[in-house]
Design a protein around this ligand. Structure first.
Ligand SMILES: NC(=O)c1ccc[n+]([C@@H]2O[C@H](COP(=O)([O-])OP(=O)(O)OC[C@H]3O[C@@H](n4cnc5c(N)ncnc54)[C@H](O)[C@@H]3O)[C@@H](O)[C@H]2O)c1
Length: 251
């Protein structure tokens, strides 16, 4: 499905990372992948990159660093002449952002910077490498609702979803599609760092008509891989739910 394609995959931290499974599936479907990581996690990502079917190069990108963003196209250019797509699999909020009424603007602004604005920042930084068009795919947690514990991360995801629509508007004429996958809860490092994450885990499977396994990132990764492929050529600004069907149920 992806022979001859090259993708930039952000967000591989551990083998549990959704991005790891997207990178693995993409390689299995014939693509080349380039990973990003930053700071102290670079070493961990390099180790995890060896567990892919083919070891992938890891380049530095802190998505809040203007310096890294400015250098991104050059760093990608050391490994490939062009990209066919980018996976945004980045999310972070300080602990204070998970207490809605008491959260400081400093904590909230960090959550929005890393988790929402970064989609635009990454898209623009990678754009010079997608001169023949491409696909940008990101991961959200359905921001249509007020969830238990998610708090300002939920607000950041609402901004992220809106950012995806504006990016789709502005990059569509350049041949770049922008879509999100709204995943159900998956036990990753980011999820486990959310205080009270088990609240989601315990009820999701019961509410999902086709069931939901919090330990299985593969259904989510498959949807991301499909959206990166040529199989959604007229789809942009979309949010595809991969949540066992929970979003469509009343109770
Ligand atoms: N796990 C879930 O339940 C779930 C559900 C829906 C959506 N998501 C979303 O999936 C995406 C991937 O998260 P995950 O669950 O695989 O967890 P993860 O912890 O494996 O991945 C999060 C990644 O974000 C990266 N990151 C954080 N700050 C960064 C920065 N400043 N610059 C660059 N990278 C940075 C981390 O290094 C890490 O690789 C996130 O956007 C998350 O919100 C997760």
């Amino acid at each position: 499905m992806l022979t001859g394609k090259t993708f930039l995959i952000t967000g591989v931290l551990m083998e549990s990372s959704i991005a790891f499974h997207v990178a693995k599936l993409a390689q299995e479907q014939g693509a080349q992948v380039i990973l990003t990581s930053f700071g102290r996690t670079m070493k961990i990502t390099r180790t995890i990159a060896k567990r892919l079917p083919q070891e992938a190069p890891v380049i530095e990108l802190d998505v809040t660093s203007e310096e890294d963003l400015a250098a991104l196209a050059g760093r990608i250019g050391e490994h490939t002449e062009r990209l066919d797509g980018v996976l945004h699999s980045i999310g972070f909020a300080p602990e204070g952002a998970f207490t809605f009424l008491d959260a400081s603007w400093e904590d909230v602004s960090t959550a929005i910077h890393v988790s929402a604005y970064s989609l635009k920042a990454l898209g623009v930084a990678a754009l010079p490498m997608m001169s023949e068009g491409g696909s940008i795919v990101g991961l959200t947690f359905d921001a249509s609702f007020a969830w238990p514990v998610y708090d300002w991360m939920g607000v950041a995801k609402a901004a992220f979803e809106s950012t995806n629509r504006y990016l789709a508007r502005d990059l569509g004429p350049k041949g770049v599609r922008c879509n999100l996958v709204a995943a159900g809860p998956i036990r990753t490092t980011a999820a486990k760092s959310i205080p009270g994450f088990e609240t989601f885990e315990n009820s999701w499977d019961d509410r999902a008509p086709v069931g939901w396994d919090v330990n299985d990132p593969v259904p989510t990764a498959k949807a991301c891989t499909m959206l990166l492929s040529d199989w959604f050529p007229a789809t942009t600004g979309e949010i595809l739910h991969v949540d066992g069907g929970v979003h469509a149920m009343g109770i």
